[in-house]
Design a protein around this ligand. Sequence first.
Ligand code: FRU
Length: 512
Amino acid sequence: MKMTKEQKYRLLEQAEPGELERLAAQAESCGWRQRYHIQPHMGLLNDPNGFAFYDGKYHLFYQWFPLGTDHGMKYWYHVTSSDLAHWTDLGIGLTPGGPYDSHGAYSGSGIVKDGKLHLMYTGNVRDENWVRHPYQCLAITDGHAIATKLEQPVIGSVPPGYTDHFRDPKVWQDSDSYRCVIGAQRDDLTGTAVLYRSKDLLDWTFEGELQTSLSSFGYMWECPDYFELGDQGVLLFCPQGIEPQGERFRNIYQSGYMLGKPLESDRQTFEHGEFAELDRGFDFYAPQTTQGPDGERVLVGWMGLPDLDYPTDDKGWAHCLTLPRELSLRNGKLIQRPAAGLIGLRGEQITFSAELNGESRSFAGVEGAAYELQVSVSPAASDCKQGMFGIEFRTGENERTVLSYDASSGKVTLDRSQSGASLSPGYGTTRSCTLSSESGDRPIEFRLFVDTSSAEIFVNGGEETFTARLFPDSASTGISFFANGGSAAFEGSFWSLRENAIPRGLPTGILE
Ligand code: FRU
């Protein structure tokens, strides 16, 4: 049941007696709660926000509407980790409801200055005619307490030429000043991003539009992020309104990147290559990155999409974040690998191997609902251009999720048509991508992280990733490996993963 405007734009203190407890109990009893992903105690989680390494730890926040699974009054919820695998729950990080964020503390980023974590975000205000007014706001925290907001926004208006779809500031340090990129919509209703500069994070000067070659690429760009990796400048953004093209752009909204020459300090021109999707799966949006203590670039995404219904909606909660991924470059592509610290979740290792020819096989102990699975598949020399090889997982009575590699086309496909409760079937039940041609002569490497209601798949050391929510029966825990129309050697390792992040009940201090 959809909520009314009045129900959606309520602060926590406006909850009905017992409402939060009811939502928490509903969420807690849901069979699709994740075991090792960041998920909300109750209500709706969306974008990762304020991701920063500060005071010896990663601080990560997410967009959170506590009182239902609609997109309503957004808070920031705060968690920390030193290894990107085990998370500590710190409760609310930023509270909306002020004059400049009366209808939500929308997405933004974090940066450390003068020993404090500074959060720059979009305050969402709706006036009596429900017209949107975005303000770019600043809040400061010591990393423990709820952030203290400045009384006035740091960017109080939208520059001429852009509509009120103007949000999601991402800040970085650029020599002796700061720069930020903000997602925007031009007056002609095309999406873009703009740049601002500041010496102190307080006074911001509009530099102009980020000059790319994309004059008409969707109607809005959400959640832009800019950073440098090796000798490349990388721009991430989420364009809305892109039509599907073959295997690409199959989801309701897209999330991708462009590589180019690093932005020069005094210029707004970004000379870049083609827009490429970050993830080839179903449920991935609004990623944000930060730099770790050793210079590593870490990305976290929202494992969900706006404007779609999910099967947990009527269980009082929706969505989770992806696992953190470390970024690197290889052959002009962004490579994503699961954060190294995730091996800290592993239980005992089970190894297996088999030569399969026109058959399917399972291995003792290789099954479950929360695990990591690494498999390398080497088609026989005679079959490296034919045959279909792969893995069926979360299998049970009438249920299976299928990951396959078609040797004749070099295509990897994830099929969730029989994965359990269906979601957004209007956007199709399979996703595919064709591996780069150099992949042809090597074994195909799959690394899967499966949780109660999701799978994240890293192909060939992170050359491609597929992220998907799956809603199978709890009894569907089988895994099998198959080789159809050819033979291949399978070799792999399996680890059950330890539970680490199930929030239960009400967050502490929620109404303090
Ligand atoms: C992306 C987004 C952002 C916005 C936030 C609101 O999912 O729409 O553009 O700031 O979510 O929750």
